[in-house]
Design a protein around this ligand. Structure first.
Ligand SMILES: Nc1ncnc2c1ncn2[C@@H]1O[C@H](COP(=O)(O)OP(=O)(O)OP(=O)(O)O)[C@@H](O)[C@H]1O
Ligand SMILES: [Mg+2]
Length: 267
């Protein structure tokens, strides 16, 4: 069986309902092809983990899903990428709405020089809300991000007084305040301590019960703990994707086994 046939089989059996679907998808920056020929479907629920060596194109792929790289010089997209049923690179896609629907959390927490509450409400600046509604949204988002107990008595304090782990959960709360249909997370635990990392992992598992979560990690033990579905990207190409158990123990592809089990990649 060819790699392409094998991949198709694994993808079809693992993904019943789809959130993101890519067909021969590629990303170029000027003359550099960063990602090419990615054909894959991500499940509509649960945690999908994108793994691969440094420079494989993981962040580029993640950022393409909510079109956050649109303004990058020389960007060119090939093939198609749909979210739910909408082709997001088709002319009619409302990019502002897309970014609200697909939240994103970055490797380094990026809080604004405002209060904790204002950070949570940042994405709702243009929306008319009563004080009571604002209070409800702040509490609900902070509870969902497992931060309420830490900060409920200091909502008016500046967000940069929080620890890094708390700041990262605040960034998650800010994304959740918009009630996203999907959450993208680019190495969300890379700059936090192990305890905060475990809290964020638990959060991902919890969020995955209601929305699709796609996260990038270099920590394969973490991938094993949180993933329902795993995509292995190498040198801008999707080597293999499938359910976690398949990827970690039953993959017939030597490249997948070498990376996931021996943490080595020669591509
Ligand atoms: N704006 C850009 N212009 C040109 N090349 C870029 C640009 N952004 C990223 N690249 C290149 O694309 C490749 C993939 O980068 P990307 O950040 O997606 O990798 P990654 O898999 O996320 O790596 P890491 O694990 O180190 O975060 C790299 O070679 C990078 O230098
Ligand atoms: Mg990256």
């Amino acid at each position: 069986m060819s790699t392409a046939q094998h991949l198709q089989l694994v993808t079809d059996t693992a993904v019943q309902e789809t959130s993101v679907s890519m067909d021969d998808f590629g990303v170029w920056f000027g003359d550099s092809c960063i990602i090419s020929g990615v054909t894959a479907k991500l499940p509509a629920r649960g945690v999908s983990v994108l793994v691969g060596p440094s420079g494989a194109g993981k962040s580029t792929l993640l950022r393409a899903i909510n079109r956050i790289s649109d303004d990058t010089a020389g960007l060119a997209i090939k093939g198609s990428l749909s979210f739910q049923t909408e082709d997001i690179y088709a002319g009619c896609c409302d990019v502002t709405e897309l970014r609200a629907r697909i939240g994103m959390v970055f490797q380094k927490p990026c809080v604004f020089p405002r209060s904790i509450a204002q950070n949570v409400l940042f994405g709702l600046r243009g929306v008319k809300l009563t004080q009571a509604q604002k209070r409800d949204i702040v509490e609900s988002a902070l509870r969902s991000a497992a931060l309420w107990d830490d900060v409920h008595a200091r909502l008016g304090e500046r967000a940069d007084t929080l620890s890094l782990g708390q700041q990262q959960r605040l960034c998650i709360a800010r994304a959740l305040a918009l009630k996203p249909d999907m959450l993208l997370m680019d190495e969300p635990t890379a700059s936090v301590d192990p305890v905060s990392a475990r809290t964020i992992e638990a959060l991902m598992r919890d969020l995955g019960k209601t929305i699709p979560v796609l996260t990038v990690t270099h920590n394969l033990a973490q991938a094993k703990r949180v993933a329902d579905y795993v995509m292995f990207l190498c040198d801008g190409q999707l080597v293999e994707a499938g359910a976690k158990d398949h990827m970690f123990s039953k993959s017939a592809l030597e490249k997948t086994q070498t990376y996931l089990c021996e943490e080595f990649c020669d591509c």
